[in-house]
Structure formats: structure tokens, C-alpha cells
Ligand binder design. Structure first.
Ligand SMILES: C[S@@+](CC[C@H](N)C(=O)[O-])C[C@H]1O[C@@H](n2cnc3c(N)ncnc32)[C@H](O)[C@@H]1O
Length: 386
């Protein structure tokens, strides 16, 4: 079986390490991930021998965001457009839409979309086909509403017959609420470009967590596994154990999911996020949900945290790279009483914890299997000021 490379919209991510997971029984995957965390936390002398990662409520069909790339395949002496994932270690695309970790309705919609693109003779753009149009297709589905967002990533603004294409897509897939054309004119593994054009709808979809509604821009980060996302947020906030006197800072706050969920329990929450689209969503979501005790700052956390004098609880949920040295130094100067560190790469999390453990002690560690059939592990650590 070919090993796949899943694409993220900020960069192309090689799932090299994760390929053995593709064919591993699910229980075994959990054991391997338990052992991984156990070994990793030995580096900070924290015993995880009794720890068990929280199982994915839906180990298959969980991904509510899918990015496929376009390729032209020769059939009966003619080239046909196909969508698929990259094959590991190569620049080749496996021309297959269905994948068992992708939401079934997304799979079905993508099959219909591929047929429609073929009907209008859209060709894939790549280095062998510089005159082709389509590079990638991105789909996101809201688990609470079932509505979907579609992004067609093209090489230039040109998308012949786009009105007819969109009309057919909407009629075949009525749950698609919005279609965006994103233009990526650079030859780069980065999927999305800077320019875009809304072809249909508003350019957003909405999801709901614990009675709070969230607008999600296609460029904003939002967890791909809605089933495990709720378990993760509930656990993280349970560990934070907030009360109405607490001043909370949620760093790397995205569209404000954790910020707004935390605001229900805390006195004041500040969310800090660098992605402008995500901050626009977050501010919109604050108003949409009528929440007053929250402020969102659009900036690099490293730059803006230095301006904050006092924090009772710091929540941090960085990208895979983890936190920067300067960010951690600022944290050590402010000395929040508690830190809830949510990580999608426990390796960088351990590196960061090592810088904090002179002043902080680990109170709890809990892994979550958010990305079954891949090597990725989500992990939450609660730290308390010594
Ligand atoms: C793993 S996501 C978490 C988002 C949010 N907490 C959630 O659960 O939806 C990490 C977020 O950090 C943002 N980010 C990455 N580096 C940053 C930085 N230096 N300063 C501020 N935000 C950053 C990304 O844009 C992304 O939205």
C-alpha cells in the first residue's frame, strides 16, 4: 500500500514517521503512543507508567478538513483530472479521494466535485502541466451543522466556467454553503496563496461547542477532529479550574475557541493570535455570543506577552514548533500561578517544559489520540508555580 502525505495549508507535512500507523490495529496504536509519552516524560523525571492516552471516539472518518491535490492522469490516450494525496517520499499524487480517516460526507462530496471539474475540462496545474488551472481542493465540514466549505486553489485568477462549475457543485452537494477560489501563483508546497475570491456564499462556515457558536474562515486554524476536540477542551479547562477572580491569558488563541469557553468561568480572558483572519473570526465570535469579559490581540505572542503584567492562569496551545525562547523567558518573568500547555507535538512540549521546570512543577499530563492512523499525539500538561 502506498504511504500518504497529508497536506496542511501552512506547509506540506511529511507523515514519514506515521506511515507504520496506517496498517496498525487501533489498540496497538494506543499502546505505541502511551509508550512514546512515557519515554518522553522520563526526560523530565515524570512517571507516566500508569497513564493511558484518551481514545479517539471515532478512530476512522474523523477528519473534518481535507486537502487534496490535482493531477492529470492519462486514460485512453487522453489526460483526465484526478484528486488525491501525495505518496510518501515522492512528488507523485495517489489519484484516490476516499480515505478511511476522512469524514464520509467530505469523501462523497469530493467524488462529485472531481466529476464536475472533469465535465468542464479543468486540468491540474503542476510543473509538467504549466498551462493547467487547478492545484488543490480544500474542504472543511462543521460537525454541529453538517454544512461544508469548499476552496478551489488555482494557479492564477483564471478558472474557466467557474459560474457553471459552482452551480453544479451546489446542486450536487447542497450542504456546501460557500465556495472560495484561492490563488496560489507560487511554485511552493504551501497550499494557500494570499489572494482569494468568494465564488458563492459568505466564505465562512459555523460550528458550535458547548452552546458557543464559532465562525471559521478557511485560513483559520480549527481542530480537524470534532469528536476528540471537545474532550480535549473540557479536560484542559477542567485542569485550569478557573474561578471568577481569575485573570487568564490564552496564547495562540486561533478563532477564540478556548478563550471564549474559558470566559464563562473566569473574570477576564485575553486571547493572543498572529493570524489576522483567525483574530477577525475571534472578535466576530465574541460579539456573536455576546461575551464581554474577553479581549483579542492580533500579534505575535512573543511581542505582546511582555506588555501583560499579571496572569493567574496562562493557557498555551502553540503550533508544532512549540514556544520560542523569548516567550518562555517572558512567562518566567510574569510567573502565572498555573500554566495549561496544550501541544500537538510532545517533543517540542518537553523541550519547552525543561525551560520552565526550575520554577514550575508538573501537576498532570494527559495524552489524547486526536489523529488516529498517524503518529501524531495531542498532549495536555498542567504546571503549577513552585
Ligand atoms: C494549534 S493552533 C491553536 C488554536 C486554538 N487554541 C484552537 O484550539 O483552535 C496554534 C495557533 O497559534 C497561532 N500562532 C502560531 N505562532 C504564533 C505566534 N508566534 N504568535 C501568535 N500566534 C501564533 C497559529 O496561527 C494558530 O492559530
Amino acid at each position: 500500500m502506498n504511504k500518504i502525505v497529508v497536506q496542511f495549508d501552512d506547509s506540506s507535512f511529511d507523515m514519514h514517521k506515521s506511515s507504520p500507523f496506517e496498517n496498525m490495529p487501533y489498540k496497538k496504536q494506543l499502546e505505541v503512543k502511551d509508550e512514546y509519552l512515557k519515554q518522553l516524560f522520563k526526560e523530565v523525571n515524570y512517571d507516566l507508567s500508569q497513564h493511558h492516552i484518551v481514545e479517539n471516539p471515532s478512530p476512522e472518518f474523523y477528519r473534518h478538513k481535507v486537502i487534496l491535490s490535482a493531477v492529470n492522469i492519462k486514460k485512453n490516450n487522453k489526460f483526465e483530472l484526478k484528486l488525491g494525496l501525495f505518496i510518501e517520499g515522492s512528488k507523485q499524487i495517489d489519484p484516490k479521494i476516499n480515505h478511511h480517516i476522512q469524514d464520509k460526507e467530505i469523501n462523497d462530496a469530493l467524488i462529485k466535485i472531481e466529476k464536475i471539474l472533469l465535465k468542464y475540462k479543468i486540468r491540474a496545474h503542476n510543473r509538467f502541466e504549466p498551462k493547467g488551472t487547478l492545484k488543490h481542493v480544500l474542504m472543511r465540514k462543521s460537525a454541529s451543522t453538517g454544512k461544508m466549505l469548499l476552496v478551489l486553489v488555482t494557479q492564477s485568477t483564471l478558472l474557466p466556467n467557474h459560474k457553471l462549475i459552482v452551480k453544479d457543485i451546489i446542486s450536487e452537494c447542497p450542504n456546501i454553503m460557500t465556495v472560495v477560489q484561492n490563488i496560489q501563483d507560487r511554485e511552493t508546497p504551501v497550499v494557500l496563496g494570499d489572494k482569494d475570491k468568494i465564488l458563492y456564499g459568505k466564505g465562512y462556515i459555523y460550528d458550535e461547542i458547548d452552546g458557543i457558536e464559532f465562525r471559521i474562515h478557511y485560513k483559520s486554524f480549527y481542530q480537524v477532529n470534532p469528536y476528540q476536540m471537545k474532550n480535549l477542551y473540557h479536560y484542559a479547562l477542567e485542569q485550569a479550574n478557573l474561578n471568577k477572580n481569575d485573570m487568564v491569558v490564552d496564547t495562540y488563541s486561533g478563532i477564540g475557541t478556548i478563550t471564549l469557553l474559558a470566559s464563562v468561568k473566569a473574570k477576564q480572558v485575553i486571547g493572543i493570535e498572529v493570524n489576522q483572519n483567525a483574530v477577525l473570526d475571534a472578535k466576530f465570535n465574541q460579539v456573536l455570543n455576546n461575551i464581554e469579559n474577553v479581549e483579542f490581540i492580533c500579534d505575535d505572542v512573543e511581542r505582546s506577552l511582555v506588555n501583560i503584567k499579571q496572569i493567574d492562569t496562562l493557557i498555551m496551545d502553540p503550533s508544532r514548533d512549540g514556544a520560542s525562547r523569548n516567550f518562555l523567558e517572558t512567562v518566567l518573568r510574569i510567573k502565572p500561578k498555573k500554566i495549561v500547555y496544550i501541544s500537538c507535538d510532545p517533543k517540542t512540549q518537553i523541550r519547552d517544559l525543561k525551560s520552565l521546570l526550575n520554577d514550575y512543577e508538573i501537576k498532570s499530563v494527559q495524552g489524547f489520540d486526536m489523529f488516529s492512523y498517524t503518529a501524531h499525539v495531542e498532549n495536555v500538561v498542567l504546571l503549577s508555580l513552585k
